[in-house]
Design a binder for this molecule. Structure first.
Ligand SMILES: NC(=O)c1ccc[n+]([C@@H]2O[C@H](COP(=O)([O-])OP(=O)(O)OC[C@H]3O[C@@H](n4cnc5c(N)ncnc54)[C@H](OP(=O)(O)O)[C@@H]3O)[C@@H](O)[C@H]2O)c1
Length: 250
């Protein structure tokens, strides 16, 4: 299906692996020129560069640690120099840890808050001069922020905060015709699942399948489907929304 995205320009944070990679490759396949970033060099970064070269288009895979504000400033300057402007920003990069709340260190709190919330704020604020009428900002949230999860209070707090940020910005920038939405994800099967010991993976898959209406986990490509919708004119009256991409998980 042609969504009319050819020639549009996007910044997607955290595109080297997992969901971000699925979003980057789907946008590139739809004809969007994409800048994406990662934190540390890896074989995944090399293979993404190769994949994007094969797809064609103006794509740039840049190193930037989003927990460091000065690197966000540099990332946005590079984006402006390379793409000129932006039609889409996807705040995808995220950090998590599983820690009993009583033992949660201030360092870990800051790492997760800085990556998931402060970076999204700085990326959006820095991208504002690049975003024209009709552009779209997508923040990757989590169903877990509605239901809560033990050992992930810090993570769920950041994902809940993204929803407040999104709704307020939708109201503040509606008159510039910039849309802001959240995708609240359920459990998405990424490489992280493949890297787990087989017995732990089987237990988790079984548990989440049982909790999900569709009886399976989601894929990065299925998250990308919702991003493509929010990037396109099909969603031009959708703003301030939280769209669940969770297979009906409860
Ligand atoms: N997977 C799920 O089931 C699920 C469910 C709900 C919500 N989400 C959300 O979806 C998003 C993506 O999750 P995922 O599972 O795909 O994560 P992932 O597999 O861990 O990938 C995270 C990506 O973000 C990058 N990244 C992390 N910290 C960064 C930093 N400080 N600076 C720059 N890049 C950074 C990573 O780059 P490096 O490779 O260089 O570290 C990687 O490309 C996150 O916001 C997460 O909270 C995921």
């Amino acid at each position: 299906m042609d969504l009319g995205l050819k020639g549009r320009k996007a910044l997607v944070t955290g595109g080297s692996r997992g969901i971000g990679r699925g979003v980057v490759t789907a946008l590139a396949a739809a004809g969007v020129d994409v800048v994406t970033c990662y934190r540390q060099d890896s074989a995944a970064v090399d293979s993404l560069r190769h994949e994007l070269k094969e797809t064609g288009g103006q794509h740039h895979v840049l190193r930037a640690d989003l927990a460091r504000p000065e690197q966000i400033t540099e990332l946005l300057a590079e984006t402006r120099d390379r793409l000129g402007g932006l039609d889409l920003v996807v705040n995808n990069a995220g950090a998590i840890s599983h820690v009993p709340y009583a033992e949660l260190s201030i360092e870990d709190w800051h790492r997760v808050v800085d990556t998931n919330l402060t970076a999204a704020h700085l990326v959006i604020q820095g991208a504002l001069p690049l975003l024209g009428p009709g552009s779209s900002v997508v923040n990757i949230g989590s169903k877990s922020s509605e239901v809560g999860i033990p050992l992930r209070a810090h993570y769920t707090a950041t994902k809940a905060a993204l929803r407040g940020l999104t709704r307020s910005l939708a109201k503040e920038f509606g008159d510039r015709d910039i849309r802001f939405n959240v995708l609240a994800l359920g459990v998405i099967e990424t490489e992280a699942f493949d890297e787990m010991p087989a017995d732990r993976r089987a237990v988790l898959l079984d548990r989440y399948r049982g909790k999900t209406a569709l009886g399976r986990l989601g894929t990065p490509a299925e998250v990308a489907g919702a991003v493509l919708f929010l990037a396109s004119d099909l969603s031009r009256y959708v703003t301030g929304a939280t769209i669940h991409v969770d297979g009906g998980i409860s």
